[in-house]
Design a protein around this ligand. Structure first.
Ligand code: PFF
Length: 457
C-alpha cells in the first residue's frame, strides 16, 4: 500500500517544525491575545489550555495517524483506509474546501503584516499618534487596491515555496523561519519582562479572573483550539502522510501542540506588558496588533526595531501557516489527479488569489463587490468566510476525522499504527485514554461548538 516514491519529510524535526509552522500563525499572535483580552484573561486561558489538552491534542494525534497510515492526502485517505469508495470522503472534500476558503482571506490579513513592515521601514509609524494610527488602520482596511496588491504578493511567495516541494519547499521554509520566529519572540519576551507592567500582565494572563468569562467565552476557547492547531481540514493529516513510519508520531504531535501553546502564551506575555506600559486597555479587539502595538512601540526605546521585528514575526508565522493551507489543496491534485506540483500550485494560487479579492475589498466603502455582499446578516465577504470556516468547516471536519479514527478504523490496525516507533503510543493506558477522549469527549465538545454557532446555546 505504501508508495516508496512518495515525498516525505527528511526528519522528525522537519515534521515538527513544519507542523508547528502550520499551527503557529495569525491565530496565535493576532487572535489569541485579543480574544484573551476580551474575555478577561486568566480563566479563559485555563479553559483554552484544557481545550487544547482534552480536545485539540486527541484530534491532532488522530489526524496525523490517519495521514501516516493512508500515506495520501485528505480526500483519498478515507478511501485508502476503508479499501473502497466511502461517504467518509466527504470530510476530505470539506477539508479541501476549507483550505481554499481560509487561505483566500488569511492571505489578506497576512498582507497587512507586510504593509506594516513597510510602514515601519518608511518611518511612517514612528510618531505613534493614537488617532493617526487608528486612522491608518481604517484607511488600510478601506483601501481595496493596496489590499489586493499585498494579497497578491503574499500568495505569490506562498506559491513559490510550495511549488518547490515537500523537502525543499515546505520543510526547508519551516526550518529557516520557525527558529527565527522563536528567537524574535523570545527576545521580545525578555524585553517585556523588563517593563514594570510585566507583573500586571502576568497576573492578567495566569490569574484566576473569572468575572468576564461567559459560556460564549468557553465555547470560543474551544473553537479557537481547532483553528490554532490547524485541525479539522486535513493539514495535519497531509503533513502526517509525509511522516516516515520510523518516526514517533505521538511525540511529534505532542511537541507540535506544546510549541503552538507556548507561542500563544508568549504572545500574550509580550503584547500585554507593552499594551499596559503604553497605558492602553487589553480588550481592544482585532486592532490590538495593528493599532495598539505601533502606538506602544513608538513610546518605547528602540521602538522601530521592535516594530520591524514584530511584523517580520507576524509575516513568518502567517507564511508557514499559509504554506500548509496551500499544501493540503495541492496535495489533492498531485495525489489524486496526478497533476505535476508546479501546475497544481500555479493554478490553485491563481484561483485562491481571485477568490480572495472580495475579501481584500471587504473594507472599501465604495460599491465594490466584497463590501456589498451580505450573505449572512451583517457580515461582509471577509467575515462570512471567516465565520463559515472557523465555526462550521473546521469543527465539522474535526468531527469526521475523530469519528472515523475512533469508530470506523479497526482496533488492531489503529493500535499498531499508533504504537509504531513510539514508546508512549505503545503504552496501553495512554492509548486507551486517547481513544476514550476521541470517542466521547471530542464529539460532545464539537457538537457544543456547533450548537453555540447555531445560537442554540
Ligand atoms: N493554525 C493557523 C493559525 O493559528 O493561524 C491557522 C490555520 C492554518 C488553520 C492551517 C487551519 C489550517 F489548516
Amino acid at each position: 500500500m505504501a508508495d516508496p516514491t512518495r515525498a516525505h519529510f527528511q526528519s522528525r524535526l522537519g515534521f515538527i517544525l513544519a507542523a508547528a509552522g502550520s499551527a503557529v500563525g495569525l491565530g496565535n499572535l493576532w487572535k489569541f491575545p485579543y480574544i484573551t483580552g476580551m474575555n478577561g484573561g486568566g480563566a479563559f486561558v485555563l479553559i483554552y489550555l484544557l481545550a487544547i489538552l482534552l480536545v485539540g491534542l486527541p484530534i491532532m494525534l488522530g489526524e496525523v495517524l490517519l495521514g501516516r497510515m493512508a500515506a495520501t492526502s485528505v480526500i483519498g485517505a478515507f478511501r485508502r483506509l476503508t479499501g473502497a469508495p466511502t461517504p467518509w470522503s466527504i470530510f476530505g472534500v470539506l477539508g479541501v474546501l476549507a483550505g481554499v476558503i481560509i487561505l483566500s482571506y488569511y492571505s489578506v490579513v497576512a498582507g497587512w503584516s507586510l504593509h506594516y513592515l513597510r510602514l515601519t521601514l518608511d518611518g511612517a509609524l514612528a510618531a505613534g499618534d493614537p488617532k493617526a494610527l487608528a486612522d491608518a488602520f481604517a484607511a488600510l482596511y478601506a483601501d481595496g487596491a493596496t489590499n489586493v496588491l499585498w494579497h497578491a504578493v503574499f500568495m505569490a511567495v506562498t506559491a513559490l515555496i510550495v511549488a518547490r516541494g515537500v523537502q525543499k519547499g515546505v520543510e526547508r521554509a519551516a526550518k529557516v523561519m520557525m527558529p527565527v520566529l522563536l528567537i524574535i519572540l523570545a527576545a521580545m519576551l525578555v524585553y517585556a519582562t523588563t517593563l514594570d507592567s510585566f507583573a500586571r500582565a502576568f497576573d492578567f494572563v495566569f490569574g484566576m479572573h473569572t468575572a468576564a468569562l461567559t459560556p460564549a467565552g468557553v465555547l470560543e476557547a474551544l473553537g479557537h483550539a481547532f483553528f490554532t492547531l490547524s485541525l479539522g481540514m486535513g493539514a495535519m493529516l497531509t503533513y502526517g502522510s509525509y511522516l516516515s513510519r520510523r518516526d514517533d508520531l505521538v511525540a511529534a504531535s505532542i511537541a507540535t501542540a506544546v510549541l503552538d501553546t507556548l507561542v500563544a502564551l508568549m504572545a500574550c506575555l509580550v503584547l500585554f506588558p507593552i499594551t499596559f506600559a503604553a497605558g492602553m486597555a487589553p480588550a481592544s479587539g482585532p486592532g490590538l496588533v495593528f493599532i495598539n502595538m505601533p502606538i506602544a512601540f513608538a513610546q518605547l526605546p528602540g521602538g522601530p526595531l521592535w516594530s520591524a521585528l514584530f511584523f517580520t514575526l507576524l509575516f513568518f508565522a502567517a507564511l508557514t501557516s499559509a504554506i500548509s493551507l496551500l499544501e493540503v489543496v495541492a496535495a489533492y491534485l498531485i495525489d489524486e489527479r496526478r497533476w505535476s506540483r508546479p501546475r497544481a500550485v500555479a493554478l490553485l494560487a491563481l484561483l485562491i488569489f481571485v477568490l480572495g479579492i472580495p475579501s481584500a475589498l471587504s473594507g472599501s466603502d465604495d460599491a465594490t463587490f466584497g463590501a456589498q455582499v451580505h450573505w449572512l446578516g451583517e457580515r461582509n465577504w471577509f467575515d462570512t468566510f471567516d465565520y463559515l470556516a472557523s465555526n462550521w468547516l473546521l469543527p465539522l471536519g474535526g468531527l469526521g476525522i475523530a469519528a472515523f479514527c475512533a469508530w470506523r478504523l479497526g482496533d488492531r490496525q489503529r493500535r499498531s499504527a499508533f504504537a509504531e516507533g513510539s514508546p508512549l503510543g505503545a503504552f496501553t493506558p495512554f492509548y486507551l485514554s486517547w481513544l476514550l477522549l476521541l470517542r466521547y469527549l471530542v464529539p460532545i465538545a464539537i457538537l457544543l461548538v456547533m450548537a453555540h454557532a447555531l445560537g442554540l446555546l
